[in-house]
Design a protein around this ligand. Structure first.
Ligand SMILES: Nc1nc2c(c(=O)[nH]1)N[C@H]1C(S)=C(S)[C@@H](COP(=O)(O)O)O[C@H]1N2
Ligand SMILES: [Mo]
Length: 227
């Protein structure tokens, strides 16, 4: 009798354990199934300022939207520098202090968008590369062959950022992934997208894509855009 009870109890313990393992196992599997990473959602208001949407831009790029592969992407800092650089995407966004600012992009076509941009200071990249005193101009090159240039003083004195996020989401391919220059107080054609190379130059007469087609070199918003 005693023996039989013990055996019964043992059977129950084993039975219960099996059920518990089954239940736990099932629970664990379910929670793994349920944990899905949700894409961050674009924000449309920030500290009292209404923001445009990443979809409010008119796509007018010279070769249409570019698809840049994040893994093989490299950002080169070249020209009149002591230490040329060759960064991966992660090295840029995780290797430097990040900054946020709300800036409006104005295209010469007559539309504008106000966006919360997040990125790194171009100044920090230039200082790391130790540019020579003969460098006067920063020429930006892009994946689609587009180029534009800005005076080095403008970059150094205005906390100009190269953005990798807009309204808290990673730049979509058509908006310039991985990086777009936030050339504040300049017309949209200075806001180069899909940046692949930052070249330090002494060529103060350099003309980028639109500049060599009649748009002003300064690109200042408070002046007309035609030369
Ligand atoms: N690489 C590259 N960057 C570019 C352009 C381009 O054609 N290629 N167009 C410029 C112009 S004219 C404007 S107004 C802005 C507009 O940004 P969006 O194309 O994201 O709207 O991108 C600028 N940057
Ligand atoms: Mo533009």
């Amino acid at each position: 009798m005693k023996k039989k009870l013990a055996a019964g109890a043992m059977t129950s313990v084993i039975f219960l354990s099996v059920i518990l393992i089954a239940v736990n196992g099932c629970g664990a599997e379910r929670s793994i199934d349920r944990t899905e990473e949700l894409l961050p959602v674009e924000i449309r208001e920030y500290e009292g300022t209404n923001l445009s949407s990443v979809d409010d831009f008119r796509e007018n790029s010279i070769e249409g939207p570019q698809q840049v592969d994040a893994e093989s992407y490299r950002l080169n800092i070249t020209g009149l520098v002591e230490n040329p650089q060759n960064y991966t995407y992660d090295e840029v966004i995780n290797g430097y202090q990040n900054y946020e600012k709300i800036v409006t992009l104005n295209c010469v076509e007559g539309w504008s968008t106000t966006i919360l941009w997040e990125g790194v200071l171009v100044k920090d990249l230039l200082l790391e590369a130790s540019y020579l005193s003969s460098a006067k101009v920063v020429i930006f090159h892009a994946y689609d062959g587009y180029t534009t240039s800005l005076p080095i003083d403008y970059i150094m004195n205005n906390d100009i950022i190269m953005a990798y996020k807009m309204n808290k989401i990673t730049l979509p391919p058509e908006r310039g992934f991985p990086f777009q220059l936030v050339a504040e107080s300049k017309w949209g054609y200075k806001w180069i997208k899909w940046i692949t190379e930052i070249e330090l130059s002494d060529d103060i007469n350099y003309q980028g894509f639109w500049e060599s087609r009649g748009y002003s070199d300064s690109g200042d918003l408070d002046e007309g855009f035609l030369k």
